[in-house]
Design a binder for this molecule. Structure first.
Ligand SMILES: Cc1cc2nc3c(=O)[nH]c(=O)nc-3n(C[C@H](O)[C@H](O)[C@H](O)COP(=O)(O)OP(=O)(O)OC[C@H]3O[C@@H](n4cnc5c(N)ncnc54)[C@H](O)[C@@H]3O)c2cc1C
Ligand code: FES
Length: 318
């Protein structure tokens, strides 16, 4: 399947259906869009995103803001903020439900955390190019590092429903068990169950830097060892990855060693989100010095072979 373009890019009003804490600073908000939003977002590719306007959203009461966030949360918000989706569900009436898994890190996400059922949020989208499924693929490895989880949950569900013949394996990494942005539980035998992937019926292996759950070490190292033992996942396979840049770089290295095509979802600070301000450049390998693509317009998903990653894989990752 070819990468999608971005049809119907415009401003939509989402109505908050629910907004709940999952664990720690991680929350899940679900927005409902009308039929116009449904035709724009109903068929987006996992990895595409929207720019949320939270500038007019009231701050929650002080006691509902984590103490370390109280000063930062008072900062004015001038720009929209980019968010991808962890699930997109088309409704029978033509509308759509958009689910966003988010981490409360600053003024916009603090405001988002205070949005109650029935409130409206302005979102601009859909934006960018998401993950695409190469022809003839039989297996897909989805690698999620830290907050790289949301589009991977969307992608796993998308593949299960539209490409049921593709065998999936999810690899999720985080610094420690508490840093997984999922509904994760630790069983008595120490195994980790991640409900988001369990619900889709996709097997999932986890890695933590500190060994508090699953494999002790980087998710890219876990994947490399696993690929060493699972010959069939080296053929007719594709790797999809989202997470910190050092993790993406290490994942791209492993993919190259095993000769598996790899797509990575990159993150950059974004101002406009629509290709105008040039603030989101991603350097690409090229014969010429300094070839750049725009994360918001050409990405955020790129072919890993072509990206010149900012940080070296040894430079700390998950
Ligand atoms: C394509 C894309 C999809 C995203 N999807 C999600 C998502 O599904 N869930 C989610 O929680 N977050 C997602 N993000 C990140 C999200 O946009 C930021 O967390 C948000 O803008 C923070 O806003 P804030 O005002 O709360 O905090 P800010 O004060 O703006 O930021 C808090 C801290 O996070 C850093 N930061 C903010 N945005 C970025 C960025 N884009 N890249 C690197 N560092 C950043 C800042 O430098 C600062 O240190 C996505 C970003 C991009 C580019
Ligand atoms: S955010 Fe403005 S060009 Fe990408």
């Amino acid at each position: 399947m070819e990468p999608t373009k971005t049809p119907h890019k415009k401003i939509h009003n989402g109505t908050v259906v629910s907004n709940q804490r999952i664990r720690g600073s991680y929350r899940r908000i679900t927005l409902e869009l009308d039929t116009d939003g449904g035709s724009a977002f109903g068929n987006i590719q996992p990895g595409q995103f929207a720019q949320f306007d939270l500038s007019q959203t009231a701050l929650p009461a002080d006691e509902d803001i984590a103490e370390q966030m109280r000063d930062a949360s008072k900062r004015l918000i001038l720009l929209r903020r980019p968010f991808s989706f962890s699930n997109v569900t088309q409704k029978g009436d033509g509308g759509v439900l958009l689910e966003v898994l988010y981490c409360v890190v600053g003024p916009a996400t603090v405001r988002m955390s205070g949005l109650r059922q029935g409130r409206q949020v302005s979102i601009l989208g859909p934006l960018g190019n998401g993950f695409h499924v190469p022809e003839g693929i039989k297996r897909a490895i989805l690698v999620a590092g830290g907050m790289g989880a949301p589009p991977m949950i969307h992608l796993a569900g998308f593949l299960k429903s539209r490409y049921p013949q593709i065998e999936l394996m999810v690899m999720a990494g985080a610094r420690s068990f508490d840093d997984f942005p999922f509904t994760a539980r630790k069983a008595d035998n120490g195994e980790i169950a991640i409900e988001e992937f369990e619900a889709i019926g996709s097997p999932c292996r986890v890695a933590t830097d500190d060994g508090s759950a699953g494999f002790k070490g980087f998710v890219s190292v876990m994947m490399e060892r696993w690929l060493g033992e699972n010959q069939k996942f080296r053929d007719d396979s594709v790797i999809f990855a989202c997470g910190p840049e050092a993790m993406l770089a290490a994942t791209a290295d492993v993919a190259k060693r095993f000769n598996i095509p790899c797509q990575v979802s990159m993150e950059r600070m974004m101002a406009c989100g629509i290709g105008l301000c040039q603030s989101c450049a991603v350097e690409h390998k090229s014969g010429r010095e300094g070839e750049y693509k725009l994360c918001c317009k050409d990405g955020p998903v790129f072919d890993a072979e072509k990206v010149k990653f900012l940080r070296h894989p040894d430079d700390g990752q998950v």
